[in-house]
Write a protein that binds this ligand. Sequence first.
Ligand SMILES: [Zn+2]
Length: 113
Amino acid sequence: MPCAICGREARGFGFCHQLRWDRNPHHRFCSMSCLTVGSAIARRNFGMIDKTDMEIRAIREARRDLAEALTEMGLMEAFFDRSAEDIDRLIEACVDGFQGAMQRQSDAGQIPF
Ligand SMILES: [Zn+2]
């Protein structure tokens, strides 16, 4: 059973919006950090978490921020001819690294809640 947020193996963290098991889906998570994020999303979203759609949109929106940073640093020229897939790979690499590190710190109990 994968975590509803990051896709890693879920480990005993669960959330069901308003605890209405009959009406709302029960989501499982790998860690407190994913539970915190996932339950916040589910509360705003009538109990649903659509990871894939959200990720696609988040990556698309991050392209603009990346382009702004590259332009400010004078690096845009090197990326100008690259495809959207190449840009998305860069963003995904940063996000995966960030999430993985958050995960490990959270698993090690280094992040207080
Ligand atoms: Zn997770």
